[in-house]
Design a protein around this ligand. Sequence first.
Ligand code: 13P
Length: 251
Amino acid sequence: MRSKYVAGNWKMNMDKASAIELAKGLVESVKGLNAKYMIAPPFVYLDAVYQVIKGSNIILGAQDMAATKNGAHTGAVSGEMLKDIGVETVILGHSERRYEFYENDALINKKIHLALESGLDVVLCIGELSSHRIVGVTERICELQIREGLKDVSEEQLSHISIAYEPVWAIGTGKTATPEEAQAVHASVRSVITRLYSPKAAEEIKILYGGSMNDANAEELLAQPDIDGGLIGGASLKVDKFTTICKFASK
Ligand code: 13P
């Protein structure tokens, strides 16, 4: 039985004081719960948040990383640097990176390999646009993003990877996929992993849902057999809302 995984993607929100305050609140409220918990603050607050959460049951995530190793890459932050300051996992392939920063599957694949080499775990985000869903190619788009994103990733390395299904039309819109819609895609993602790797790998990999998941709809989503957790944006910025979701996952 897979344990659940709840991750908060803070995106480009908070200032230093509120980041510390949110992290402190979460350390207290998530204490004793038994799922896997991760928060991903903006780069500049990673260290401050790490000082608050170290030793707790919340791990530190980053929202992105460079596609190159250390060196002459102005403005970039490497996987090794993230690892060095306490980051354990990195979110890659988020649709905001794909569409705002023109990241494609090949670049995401390169980042995944570098992340794994740096000793980081990965949350690989996939998901369709509403135009894809309308014409019925959701599962094909997700399969392509998985195949390209995980190119040359071994089955052993796959144990360091979770997948987050985030339909782009559901992100920040308040429009969540229904539990049935989400479950259908999650099941198809799991079958892609069976085909690419093995039934064992598919059974073990955590597939999170993201896209307007909140304290009101999380319980029903998390009750679906192939939904192993959530990647939460807006609702991860409030201690009470995020904690409610964390508690559903801990049941
Ligand atoms: P929202 O929960 O704000 O819709 O964001 C989801 C998301 O993109 C998490 O990575």
